[in-house]
Design a binder for this molecule. Structure first.
Ligand SMILES: [Fe+2]
Length: 148
């Protein structure tokens, strides 16, 4: 059975998680004002979580015969997550809203991944996406609760 579509969605995921990680790092650095003491370390935690999933997806892609994108240029070109140069004027809640947009996109991507890998009969990849989806959905619930 061809796993071409599973390879494609895994590579999309590698690009998107790499960019999501950069976005979280940007937010970590540029936070200012109410919520800083909670949000600053929280972003470190989220970045670690994204990086762990990224590594799992990239290594799964290699395991099934693929080649993960690996340069910053490829991450940026292939990812559908939006990121712009940081400015100091934004409120923490505006930054957290940018994070919510990115995380909502990731939940849809992971749901697509479950479907695509399932169609290819790749239960291990389905399992990776299911675990990652659970983590991202839980985080989304927490950060949405934070902004009210
Ligand atoms: Fe830091």
């Amino acid at each position: 059975m061809s796993n071409e579509h599973t390879q494609e969605v895994l590579n999309q995921t590698v690009a998107d998680l790499s960019k999501a990680s950069a976005l979280v790092h940007q937010i970590h650095w540029y936070l200012r004002g109410p919520g800083f003491l909670y949000l600053h370390p929280k972003m470190d935690e989220l970045k670690d979580q994204l990086d762990e999933h990224l590594d799992e997806f990239a290594e799964r892609l290699i395991t099934i015969g693929g080649s993960p994108v690996s340069t910053l240029a490829e991450f940026d070109k292939n990812s559908k997550i939006e990121m712009t140069p940081a400015v100091w004027g934004k409120s923490n809640s505006e930054r957290v809203k940018e994070l919510i947009v990115a995380y909502k996109y990731l939940t849809q991507l992971f749901k697509d991944g479950i479907k695509i890998a399932g169609d290819d009969g790749d239960d291990v990849t389905v399992d990776l996406y299911t675990t990652a989806l659970g983590d991202i959905e839980k985080t989304l619930w927490m950060i949405e609760a934070e902004v009210g």
